[in-house]
Design a protein around this ligand. Sequence first.
Ligand SMILES: [Zn+2]
Length: 150
Amino acid sequence: MKVLDLQCGQRHVFEGWFASEEDFASQRERCLLMCPVCGDGSIAKRLSAPRLNLGGARSDGEAVLDVTVPVNSEQQSLQAAWLALARKIVANTDDVGEKFPEVARKIYYGEAEERSIRGQATPDQVQSLIEEGIAVMPFPLPSALKDTLH
Ligand SMILES: [Zn+2]
């Protein structure tokens, strides 16, 4: 599990969870990455990623970013698909908020009714859940969806 600090073309900074560095690269290549704030699809790794050794530097020592510019129409259809998926997740899961790690464990160990849940967890919490074998899927919900559904 890798936590990457990512940045979109509008300079929004957010975290992405990936199985590995290669997973990040392949998701980005297939244009599956999108800014949770504005939906921008041009996602790059941020220069300062404290949890990682990115080692991305040119021979002259200047740090470099991987950059991409997706075609505009592609970006819009991806955003629509992402929003549709986000709506589906919201409609089919119970929001347990910050109790997410606790509730996820209870369900996994059969102490609570089996159901799909969503909520908030820190990257550390997500990692320990995954290590326990609990299938946690990080999914940044668009803030517009969060606001209307609270
Ligand atoms: Zn953005």
